[in-house]
Design a protein around this ligand. Structure first.
Ligand code: MEV
Length: 324
């Protein structure tokens, strides 16, 4: 019997198709080399208590286990998805022990880079390892999704899927297909404005409900754009790919999820010579990315740096969730 386990899971960048993916359209997404880290320890022969400490929020909690909904709802929002996963695994696997959970992450929070999903995925994998549950990757992703539903309302499942499986993938209605994207270079800029995915998915829904005849064709076009982008990715034509990235940003603006700060960073990156730039994730703040190559990389990086966007170079990550 092992006493402790450590798992990590990557964040992500949606290249094409955020929001339209919620409406069942295909999206292209890649895992990135920033990870959430979860350490868990078991304490046999103790009454069921859950101790959780989070580095990011500098918080620590000790909660007696219960199957009641209040086990989750009485606690601060940032640990609720973790408790949802723990409750589900404890009930299903009839676990009778106490555990300690330590959460750390190098993925900026509430920024569109999938930080919550990666924590949910890493926690599920760590618990599965700790209690020797033999979960498949599909089971890990499905269990993590329960945590995601608590944070995001009606998520598409794209974040937990890419965090579990890693790589650059097409995600369409829960099905994944690896795609060729590994050679493209992106720079991520962060507006530093935290936002909630749930809010911005809700805003799109209400615009859709108000103007269905207008918004539905845009959503459909975003799905077509993702398909076109997959073809262009395979040709490595950066000019065409950049054009599609710019079009996708325009569509996201039209459904109401860009804000002035995102538009500013996108314009700065384009003026500095990026092939294309768009927001990534739910919008309303958070991050954008710019498509670059070796030639324009430094100029774009500098432009985003001077705009206060704390740019980071995104390395694509082939590995999904890992047990260490
Ligand atoms: C996910 O990071 C971004 C959205 O597409 C929501 C979702 O897919 O659940 C806006």
């Amino acid at each position: 019997m092992i006493k402790a386990a450590h798992a990590t899971a990557p964040g992500k960048i949606i290249l094409f198709g955020e929001h339209s993916v919620v409406y069942g359209k295909p999206a292209l997404v890649t895992a990135i080399d920033k990870r959430a880290h979860i350490e868990v320890e078991r304490h046999p022969n103790t009454p069921r208590k859950i101790r959780i400490s989070t580095m990011d929020y500098r918080s620590s909690h000790e909660i007696p286990f219960s199957t009641a909904p209040t086990f989750i709802t009485d606690q601060p929002t940032h640990i609720q998805p973790l408790l949802r996963i723990i409750q589900s695994i404890y009930v299903q696997e009839e676990i009778e022990e106490s555990i300690t959970v330590k959460v750390a992450s190098d993925i900026p929070r509430s920024a569109g880079l999938g930080s919550s999903a990666s924590v949910c995925v890493a926690l599920t994998a760590a618990l599965a390892d700790l209690f020797d549950l033999g979960y498949s990757l599909e089971q890990i992703s499905a269990c993590a999704f329960k945590g995601e539903q608590l944070v995001h309302g009606t998520p598409s499942g794209i974040d937990n899927t890419v965090s579990t499986f890693g790589g650059c993938i097409r995600y369409h209605k829960g099905e994944i297909e690896p795609i060729e994207g590994s050679l493209i270079q992106l720079i991520i800029g962060n507006t530093g404005i935290a936002r909630e995915t749930k809010t911005w998915v809700g805003k799109v829904r209400s615009r859709y409900d108000t103007f269905p005849n207008v918004i539905e064709p845009v959503i459909n076009a975003m799905g077509d754009l993702a398909k076109e982008a997959e073809r262009v990715l395979a040709t490595r034509d950066l000019v065409r790919l950049g054009e599609l990235i710019d079009i996708n940003h325009g569509m996201l603006s039209s459904i109401g999820v860009s804000i002035a700060e995102l538009d500013h960073l996108v314009n700065q990156a384009r003026s500095a010579g990026a092939y294309g730039a768009k927001l990534t994730g739910a919008g309303g703040g958070g991050c954008m990315f710019a498509l670059v190559d070796d030639e324009n990389h430094d100029k774009v990086f500098r432009a985003l740096h001077e705009s206060g966007a704390g740019p980071i170079r995104a390395q694509f990550e082939t590995e999904g969730v890992l047990i260490h």
